[in-house]
Ligand binder design. Structure first.
Ligand SMILES: C[S@@+](CC[C@H](N)C(=O)[O-])C[C@H]1O[C@@H](n2cnc3c(N)ncnc32)[C@H](O)[C@@H]1O
Length: 257
C-alpha cells in the first residue's frame, strides 16, 4: 500500500503550520536536537554532486545539501502544498510533486539520495529501494531516517491528560505457564495519529528493513542509532532522558555497489 490518502491530505491542509514547526528549531527539537545532526554527520562529500531528496517537505534539507556543495539538488514530495512552499522558499533547488515509489528520473542520474523521516509513510519499501537503486549511480549512497523499530513496536497502553504509557514487554507467569505480551516487534503494523498529526506511519522489524534493502541490491554501509545533542537536556529534559535509553529514530546508509 502506498502513502495513506489521509496523510497526504494532512500535509496539504497543514503545510504552513508544519513548515513553521520545522523552521523553528526550538519547536522541532526532535529534528534540530536529534535527527538532523545525526543525518548531516553521516553525509558523504557532496561537492559537485547531483542529489535527490525524497519526501523533502518544505525543502530545508535540500537547501542544506546545496550549501554542502552539491551541484544540483532535487526535492520531491507527494504533497502538492509542501512542494509549493519549498519552491517559493528555495530557488537554489528544484522541487517536484512526485511519489517516491515512482521516480520520474533516468537510470543512474544521481550521485546521492537522501530521505528524512518520510519512508515510514509506506508499508512496503521494496519499490522505493528498487527505484532509488535504479536512479543512483554505482558506488553511491542512499541515506535515510525512519522511526526506530524498537520504538514503533511499542503499544500505547494508557493515554490520559496526566500521562501516557507505551510498552514493549513480556510478563511470564511461571506457575500457570502463561505469557502476556504487550506490543509487537515482529509484525508490520500501521499507526494513525502522531501527536497532533493525523497521519499513518508503518512499523516493521529491522530484519524486514534490511531484507527489503538487500533485495534491491543495496549493502548496508552504516547503521546509526542517534543520541540527542547535550543541549536537548535543557530544552526538554524528559525527551532527553527517554532518547538516551530508547531510540526514536533509526538512520541507515545504504551503498549501491
Ligand atoms: C515528516 S515529513 C518530513 C519532511 C522533511 N523531510 C523534513 O525532514 O522536514 C514527511 C514528508 O514525506 C512526504 N511523503 C509521504 N509519503 C510520500 C511519498 N510516497 N512520496 C513522496 N513524499 C512522501 C510527506 O508529504 C511529508 O512532506
Amino acid at each position: 500500500m502506498s502513502t495513506d490518502k489521509r496523510s497526504i491530505e494532512w500535509y496539504n491542509q497543514n503545510s504552513e503550520r508544519y513548515t513553521k514547526h520545522v523552521r523553528d528549531p526550538n519547536d522541532s527539537i526532535f529534528h534540530s536536537q536529534y535527527e538532523k545532526p545525526a543525518m548531516y554527520n553521516a553525509l558523504p562529500k557532496l561537492n559537485g554532486m547531483a542529489v535527490l531528496s525524497l519526501g523533502c517537505g518544505s525543502g530545508e534539507d535540500c537547501l542544506y545539501l546545496f550549501k554542502c556543495g552539491a551541484k544540483k539538488v532535487i526535492g520531491i514530495d507527494i504533497s502538492s502544498e509542501m512542494i509549493k512552499i519549498a519552491k517559493s522558499s528555495y530557488p537554489e533547488c528544484d522541487f517536484k510533486e512526485m511519489d517516491m515509489e515512482k521516480l520520474d528520473f533516468e537510470d543512474s542520474s544521481f550521485d546521492f539520495v537522501y530521505s528524512s523521516l518520510a519512508i515510514h509513510y509506506l508499508e512496503d519499501w521494496t519499490k522505493v529501494f528498487s527505484e532509488v537503486y535504479r536512479v543512483l549511480k554505482p558506488n553511491s549512497y542512499f541515506l535515510f531516517s525512519c522511526n526506530h523499530p524498537v520504538s514503533s513496536a511499542m503499544e500505547l497502553v494508557k493515554d490520559n491528560k496526566d500521562f501516557s504509557i507505551r510498552e514493549l514487554s513480556r510478563t511470564k507467569y511461571r506457575k500457570i505457564n502463561k505469557v502476556d505480551i504487550v506490543g509487537n516487534y515482529m509484525d508490520r503494523k500501521s499507526s494513525f495519529g502522531q501527536g497532533n498529526m493525523d497521519v499513518t506511519t508503518w512499523h516493521k522489524s529491522f530484519g524486514e528493513i534490511s531484507m527489503e534493502a538487500a533485495s534491491a541490491g543495496f549493502f548496508i554501509a552504516n547503521i546509526i542509532e542517534p543520541l540527542p545533542l547535550p543541549s536537548m537536556k535543557e530544552l526538554s529534559p524528559t525527551s532527553y532522558q527517554s532518547m538516551m535509553k530508547i531510540p526514536d529514530f533509526l538512520i541507515l546508509k545504504l551503498l549501491k555497489p
